[in-house]
Structures are given as structure tokens and as C-alpha cells.
Design a protein around this ligand. Structure first.
Ligand code: APR
Length: 308
């Protein structure tokens, strides 16, 4: 039997997740949105591309949650997106209400599912979903690190004029201004970028990575990024659906790892059929550790505002 993935929020990120998911023939898809007609129309449009793409999957759209029953994974993108001048944190109160409502409906239909949270501000929304769902922490995962790392990888590959396939990178911490790109653990064909690029230039690329979301918002004016966020989300979903045991930077609920307890923060996680099967602890320098703690403090402050 094919796997089933539901996507809540059929806007830019949700529809793009559906696109990457079915193009890779990973699962049947259910798209849900509050706006009547949007999920149905986008689902049918995608379905009609499947003969061309030679993919046998079903894609349906709905406004209620019955169609999502017994999903293996539920991806939550529902919420409002940023406009120019807004930070992710400006979305907090609106998206908190949407997330709470969505998660209660999702859990009623798919009590065994794994949740991948995409709505922003990411770490606080993952915390909201975790509290509302009552799932164990292996089954609530936030998408941020794969996207932030992909942005960093893009800039590294462009700087050195090498294949993106050669470049690995790790970005930890919260999905915001305090994210922590780890240059030491970022490599080109196994060579740390600290051996290949000057510290000043690395710092500029790190800053561009931190501002990566805002750079896109500035161009689009009417919304935020969706191609790379969709792609990043589906890399995580694929690792779970195929039980790949793939190590990816994800927002995970920490319970003492990295000296942090009670919050979601971006750390390396092993993703497999069980969701987060392991949180990988790597040695950080005092400066990196301080940056991660600062990032956790920012997440903690946001969570305090909404009381999660
Ligand atoms: N239930 C279901 N869908 C909802 C709900 C709800 N309660 N509230 C809003 N939505 C839907 C909207 O109708 C819209 O179609 O969520 C969708 C959001 O889509 P976009 O406005 O296109 O926003 P998008 O770019 O997809 O971003 C969604 O992901 O990356 C984050 O910061 C981003 O928080 C934002 C989220």
C-alpha cells in the first residue's frame, strides 16, 4: 500500500510540497485549506500532470479533515506568510491560533502520524504543535535547518564555482536571526570551507544565510519563499517514508541535549520511520555553544509570549 501524506495549507509552500512529493512518487497526497476550491483545484491540476510525469499517486483536495484520516505524515504550512518589513516573529499570534486549531483536527484523524511543522515562527510553532498534539517528541519535527543549510550550500557552491553536490553544510539553532551556521562542519568534497574561503568572506555568506528568507521576501513583496522550503520539507518526508536513517538538521524538542531543555531548536537529527530516531550531539566550540544558547533564549522568549 502506498504511503499517505496530508498537507495542511494549500498556499505557496503547501502546494510546492505537494509538487515535490508527487514528482518523486513518494506518497498519495491530501491537500487541505480553509479556502473553498483552492485545495481541490490545485490537487486536480497536479493529478492531471501525473500521466506526463509517469507517477502513480492520488492527489485530492479538501476543506475538512476526514480525507486526511490515517496519514503517515502531516505537513503543516497553514498560516500567514511574511510581507516586506515583517520578521518571522511578527506572525506569532496569528499563526499560533491557526496551528492550535489545525493540530487538534489533524490528531483526531491521524493519531499515529508524524508531524512536520513548516509555519513560522518555526520553533515556536513546532512547540505549539507538540503541546497540542500530545505526541512523543520523536513525532513532531520542525523544518528549518535543511532550508537554511541549503541556502548556505548554494552560496558556498557559487563562491567556489563547484557543484552543489560537493557541498555539505550545517546550520543549527533557531530559524531566525540567531541561527548558527557552522562553518567548521561545512565542507566541499570533504574539505572544510575554513581551508578554502577567508574568514571575512565566510562571515558575509553566513550573514546572507541568516537573511536568506528576507532576501526572497524583498523580491516577492507579496509573500515569502516556497520552492526551497518545499524541497527541504520533502527531503525530510522522504527520509521518514523510506526509513533512510538520514542525518538532517531539524528543529527537535530538546530534553537536555546540548544543555537545553524544554524547547525546539535546530540540531542534527537521524530521520527514519519513527521520526526523529536520534538527536546527534556534536562538540561545539565555546563560541558556537554560546550562539546556540542565545538562539535557544530567543525561542524561549517567543514561546513565553504565547504560553507554550
Ligand atoms: N486551516 C487550513 N489552512 C489555512 C488555515 C487554517 N486554519 N489558515 C490559513 N490557511 C491557509 C491559507 O488559506 C493559505 O492558503 O494557509 C495557506 C498559506 O499559504 P500562503 O499564504 O501562500 O503562505 P505560504 O507562503 O505557503 O507560507 C505558509 O509557511 O514558510 C512558512 O512563513 C511561512 O508561516 C508561513 C507558512
Amino acid at each position: 500500500m502506498r504511503k499517505k501524506v496530508s498537507i495542511i495549507g494549500a498556499g505557496n509552500v503547501g502546494a510546492t510540497c505537494a509538487h515535490w512529493l508527487v514528482a518523486k512518487e513518494l506518497a498519495d497526497v491530501v491537500l487541505v485549506d480553509v479556502i473553498e476550491g483552492i485545495p481541490q483545484g490545485k490537487a486536480l491540476d497536479l493529478l492531471e500532470a501525473m500521466p506526463i510525469e509517469r507517477c502513480d499517486v492520488s492527489i485530492v483536495g479538501a476543506n475538512d479533515y476526514a480525507a486526511t484520516a490515517n496519514s503517515d505524515i502531516v505537513i503543516i504550512t497553514a498560516g500567514i506568510a511574511r510581507k516586506p518589513g515583517m520578521s518571522r516573529d511578527d506572525l506569532l499570534n496569528t499563526n499560533y491560533k491557526i496551528m492550535s486549531d489545525v493540530v487538534s483536527k489533524v490528531v483526531a484523524q491521524s493519531p499515529e502520524s508524524i508531524l512536520i511543522v513548516v509555519a513560522n515562527p518555526l520553533d515556536a510553532m513546532a512547540q505549539t504543535a507538540y503541546r497540542q498534539a500530545g505526541f512523543n517528541r520523536q513525532r513532531v519535527i520542525g523544518m528549518a535547518g535543511v532550508l537554511d543549510s541549503a541556502r548556505f550550500r548554494t552560496f558556498i557552491a557559487d563562491e567556489l564555482k563547484v557543484s552543489v553536490e560537493n557541498v555539505t553544510a550545517f546550520v543549527l539553532g533557531g530559524h531566525g536571526d540567531t541561527m548558527v551556521p557552522l562553518a567548521r562542519y561545512s565542507t566541499v568534497a570533504g574539505i572544510p570551507i575554513t581551508e578554502l574561503i577567508s574568514p571575512e568572506r565566510i562571515e558575509q555568506m553566513v550573514q546572507r544565510t541568516r537573511d536568506g528568507g528576507a532576501e526572497i521576501v524583498k523580491y516577492l513583496k507579496s509573500g515569502s519563499a516556497y520552492y526551497a522550503p518545499g524541497s527541504a520539507t520533502i527531503e525530510m518526508a522522504e527520509a521518514i517514508l523510506k526509513d533512510k536513517k538520514k542525518i538532517l538538521p531539524c528543529a527537535a524538542y530538546l530534553d537536555g541535549e546540548y544543555g537545553i531543555s524544554g524547547y525546539f531548536i535546530g540540531v542534527p537529527c537521524k530521520l527514519g520511520a519513527g521520526g526523529i530516531e536520534q538527536i546527534v550531539e556534536i562538540k561545539l566550540t565555546p563560541a558556537e555553544d554560546a550562539a546556540l544558547k542565545k538562539s535557544a533564549e530567543a525561542v524561549k522568549n517567543l514561546c513565553a509570549v504565547i504560553g507554550v
